[in-house]
Each structure stands twice: as C-alpha cells, then as structure tokens.
Design a protein. Structure first.
Length: 344
C-alpha cells in the first residue's frame, strides 16, 4: 500500500480536523434522535457491506453517503431502493438521479437530486378513549381489563411519514480529490394534524489514489439542522462526522476485485447506549465491510453494521444493476433491501 503524502494528505487532514471542531458548536443544542430516519442507510450494495461506503461513494447513492463521490461518476445514473423492515412494519425508499455536468478537459462536476422516505402505516391513536379514575385516583382507559377483548374499531389509525429531498453538487478540486455538498429539505407529518419542516447542509470530501486506496469524510448537518413543528416545537439534528477508507486490489488481470472498507461514525450527542465505544460524550460506531467482484458482473458482500451482521450480492448486465442486502438484527426481525440502478 502506497503512503499518501504531500499537499493532498495535508488538505485531507486539515479538513477532517475542521470538521471535528465544527461539530462541537451544534451538539450542545441537539435533540436526541431527531431526524433518525436519515441514519438508516440507502443502497443494497452499501448496506450489504455493513454501510462501509464513505470511502467508496462511487455509485448513485453517493449523495447520501458522501456527496463528493458524485464527481467521480462518468455517466448519468438512476438509482432506486425499496426496503421493508422489522416484519414489513416500516417502509423505506430511496430514489436518486445523478448527472455529470463538467466539460471535457475541465474539472469533473456533477449534480444530483435524491429522495429518502420512511413510512409507517396503521399506527393506533388511542387519544380518543376516555380516561376513567378509580377511588384511589388512578387513571385507566375505559376498555375491558382483558386486552384481547379491546374493540379496535374505537381506535383511530394514522400513518407517519418522514421524507428528505437532497439537492447535491460535487466537483474535482485537483486530480483524485473532490468535494461535494447537499442542501436538504426535511418534511415530516403524523396523521392529519402534526407537520414539520427543516433545512440542512451536508459536506463531503473524497480522495481516490492510483494504488486503489481511497479516503472519505462526510459531515452531516454541518450547521445543526433545525426542524420546526406546527405546534411551535423545534428539534435540532446535531452535526455528525463519518470517516471512511477503502482499499481495492485486483487479481488475474483484474477479473477478480476485492475491496476492504471501514467506516467510523463519530457522534457528539452522547448516545453511549447505542454506540460501540465512547470518550466522554463522543461516541464511535464501526462499520467494516468486504466486497468481491468477478469479471465486474457478479458480486458478493459481507460486513457488520455496528454489532449486526450484513451480507449481500449484486449483478451487472450492460447498463443495468441489481443488488440485494440482508441485515440481521440482534433484537428485531431481519431486514431485506433491494436496489436497482441504470446508467446511461
């Protein structure tokens, strides 16, 4: 593996340190678990690798993982994903369109439009049930003690929908080094009464070396994203830093390609219970992943999403691609994700 040195490495390290410093100002005002649907992950290829994709970001899901990777794409791409999680309770979708816009002989540039959506249907709303009090002042709903006899016709069923629209731009700043960013609009609604709107910015950096080594960094919600509800309540999504590295090696005239990747998610919201390691309020979550390609047509993948095992497979035929990912979960049902891509 060749060492990276000179102005490229210094620029990468300087920006990474600036990212970490910027996070501290927003973390103190954050609302824990705000905008959580944006942390689930998109693209069956990346998810099959344990979400170790910030250091690769070389397909149509780059707008989500690392917008700087969009500048490395030479063709327009349309990518779509559908997932049903936890026994089909949660519906999760992703759609993106990427278009290179750079002129020949000029630095590569690209723009992208992406949509992330999470939906949960048939949520029982029991607020319409009256609350009765016994002689001791204890309150209870006025339905039978036997929960099996509850008349669900008295419930009102609502749906929850969370969506984010990402407008992305990326460009090369020098050979092998690209930067990019997202401007995102967040919209959430629960039933017919609750609504929210929010705006945020993501920043990305990607270095791709000639030896097959690539390094990436993504700063999400760089300015601390504010979500305002129609009740007057505000939530704040804290900035988070994700660092990634990947190394690809070819065998037998590159008919066989093996990529080892690792992402480290750095959080500043003191979520120690859901993290793998922490230093005070700073938490760390590790995402190792492997990918094997045969003749650039068939792929096998494996990894770990924190402590949960992931696996996947993919196939490419001409300009079409299809990927599948299996995500195990220690406490809930496993999830299956399927995504497709078309290059033109």
């Amino acid at each position: 593996m060749r060492r990276i040195h000179g102005p490229k490495s210094r620029l990468f390290l300087t920006l990474a340190l600036a990212y970490a410093a910027a996070l501290q100002s927003g973390a103190a005002h954050a609302t824990r678990y705000a905008g959580e649907f944006l942390r689930i992950g998109v693209g069956a290829r990346a998810l099959g690798m344990g979400s170790a994709f910030v250091g690769l970001a070389d397909d149509g899901t780059a707008s989500y993982w690392n917008p700087a990777g969009l500048a490395t794409l030479a063709e327009r791409q349309l990518t779509a994903m559908h997932a049903e999680q936890f026994g089909s309770i949660v519906q999760y979708d992703f759609l993106s369109y990427v278009m290179p816009v750079g002129a020949p002989g000029k630095p590569r540039q690209a723009i992208s439009l992406s949509l992330v959506r999470l939906g949960v249907n048939d949520i029982p709303d029991t607020r319409g049930l009256t609350l009765a009090y016994d002689a001791n002042g204890n309150g209870k709903f006025d339905y039978p003690e036997d929960l099996l006899a509850v008349d669900e016709s008295r419930f009102v069923f609502d749906s929850d929908n969370d969506a984010a629209l990402l407008f992305s731009y990326a460009r090369d700043v020098r050979p092998g080094l690209s930067v990019g960013g997202n401007f995102k609009y967040i919209r959430q609604w629960l039933g017919d009464s609750l609504r929210s709107n929010g705006f945020g910015i993501d920043l990305g950096l990607l270095y791709v070396g000639s030896s097959g080594l690539s390094l990436g960094a993504t700063l999400r919600d760089a300015t601390t994203t504010r979500i305002l509800w129609n009740t007057g309540t505000s939530e704040f999504i804290a900035p988070s830093l994700r660092l990634g590295a990947a190394k690809t090696r070819g065998f037998r005239d590159r008919r066989h390609l093996v990529t080892a990747a690792l992402d480290v998610q750095v959080g500043f919201s003191d979520e120690r219970l859901s993290s793998q390691a922490h230093l005070g309020a700073v938490t760390f979550e590790f995402h190792p992943g492997l990918e094997y390609w045969f003749d650039r047509r068939l792929a096998l993948r494996a990894g770990f999403e924190a402590q949960n095992f992931t696996a996947g497979a993919g196939i490419r035929y001409h300009k079409f691609g299809l990927d599948y990912a299996f995500l195990d979960h220690r406490d809930l049902d496993a999830s299956h994700r399927v995504s497709g891509a078309y290059r033109f």
